[in-house]
Design a protein around this ligand. Sequence first.
Ligand code: C2E
Ligand code: CA
Ligand code: CA
Length: 649
Amino acid sequence: MYTVNLELAAFLLSLFCIIFCLSVKRRQYTFPKGMKKIAQNRHFLFILLLLSNMLSAAASVVGAYLTEISFEGIGVLQYIFHAMYFFFHSTLSMTFAFYIINVNGASVGRKPVFFTLFTMPYLLSEILVLTNSFTKLVFYMDPETGYHRGPLILLMYAFGAFYVVMGFVYFFKYKKAIPRVDSVAIGVVIVLAAVGIIIQAVFPNLLFELFFEAIAVLVLMMLLEDKNGQIDAITGSLNRIAFADANMRLMETHKRYKIILLKLSNLDLYTRFFNGREIDAVRVKIANWLSSIFPDNDVYSFGYIDFGIISTNLTQMEISEATSKMLERFGREWESDSVSMNLEALIAVISVPDNVSTMADLEDMLSGGYKSKKAGSRIVPYEEIVDFQQRKTIERSLRRAVEEKRLMVYLQPIHSMECGRTVSAEALVRIDDPELGSISPEIYIPIAEKSGLIRDIGDYVFERVCFLLGSDAVKKSKIEYIELNLSIYQFMHEDMIGRFEDIRNKYGIPVTSINLEITESASTNDAPAVIETIKKLRALGYTFSLDDFGTGYSNLVRLISGDYKNVKIDKSLLWNADNNETARLLLNNLIGIIRGLGYNVIQEGVETKEQLDGVMSAGCSMIQGYYFSRPIPEKDFLEYIQREEESAQ
Ligand code: C2E
Ligand code: CA
Ligand code: CA
């Protein structure tokens, strides 16, 4: 009776797990149709695992109870419960194997023949069980002596063992495809099941097996099936962690699949007017709607504005039908409790591994890849998303160039109209690389910022500028200072100041010979670390120019609170003024305001005589632009100022 208690415990444990699993409602649950769908529905497989464990335990317990009593026809009942035990136990081993190949993604994208072959031993054993009353091949009941093993009982065990071994094999084969915690959980489970089976085989009277298996599924439930950490709290869809997990599984098992991404490109706009509750309500609606469009696929929601669907099963046709439906739906309003929103959706379909093949690339793409170049909902063709891959290549070349010190500094003269000569110059980095040389710093500087390479680039430019300032040619010239671009990312690292000071002292350059150009960007410039660094630099005597004034975030308020040596008006403002009267008025008045506030104005991007005359008459006296000179190598720059001096004499 002692051992039967263990089976009773196994039964209760499984029952408890089933109730728990079904009551913790996670997602809309639909019954999978067809073997393939069953094999790909992890939640269903898990419930089936619990159910078969519970039912075989129940059959075993009742069977054992029946041996204790006797009445008319008891033999038939005993027979039925033994048969039930075999029936459910076979289901248990097969489900176990299916569950493992599902968890690690090994079952995804397999042809139906795989599932047919995989289920074959199971079907055979069930046929044996169901026909056993005639064939007596598995077991038979003797009215006198009770239960006896039949001649093919070992085949039944072999079929069971087949699935345990399959579980093992697929577990090890695709171990890398699942997170560590998950593989530990499965490892524990396999060991538990194996130990249970071995004990049972060695001591047939100790009915440990089902109990151990019940504990095993409990472990699975706690470690693997409890995916609360993978659910987006607001929408109830799976979150980014789950998304990463799923992709990792599929990529590691070399699957071909599609990711459908949806970005709410104008949600930002609504967050300004509506409260969080209303926005959340709409996000829930969208998540639910997506689930209805993709009933067989998981919907992921990550970040505030992105949704994703992973498809291993949909055809190209089905995907384009779905995306058209999405476009159509986003052509209409989304209603929240009290408000309605005209949301714009950017939809993209990514093929793995054709478009992206690593998790890192995918993450990269999500975090910056696809941005809207036009307004309105649309399907973004992959070509527009690939920027990020180009970015990767640039980053690699950039790193190489920085390591091999293939950087150069070019200088662009800054002309003072009052003095009638060059008084300063802006140092601009160039890269001595056949490939990168042709790429604008506008493209690679942001990449350098993201990758941290900007630090080395910044130090290099600083050193070259100090070197140049220390040269006799510059010392003798009328160059007062050199302008140097600093990215806001450099300010985030306080050690920058120490390195700059070391370099400056090494060349004996006075701090007044260097003027630092910064571009205002509302969000970053107010970061405490940035404010602190600027303060320290000012205390050391460094001065600043406000760069790219009139674009993006720079605004007049900055001028009130700032303390700048120069304000550099962005070239786009000047170029707009070329053929637009309003823009011309704006530029002229802007120059007046900035001068009125007591700042020097430098106009960038002056290319023509007309532009020069225009800004001069508005009161701008410092000019930088192709009209005087393009950015030129150090040597050329020295020649340039030499020539200028000679012609002045
Ligand atoms: P920026 O600071 O606004 O630099 C001025 C840009 O305008 C330079 O482009 C310069 O070549 C260009 N420019 C000046 N006058 C004219 C003109 O008359 N016509 C035209 N078409 N262009 C003109 P560049 O060298 O391509 O640099 C682009 C940006 O890259 C810079 O914009 C700056 O933000 C960044 N950058 C360049 N060097 C460095 C550096 O050493 N460190 C950092 N942090 N950023 C840098
Ligand atoms: Ca600049
Ligand atoms: Ca500029």
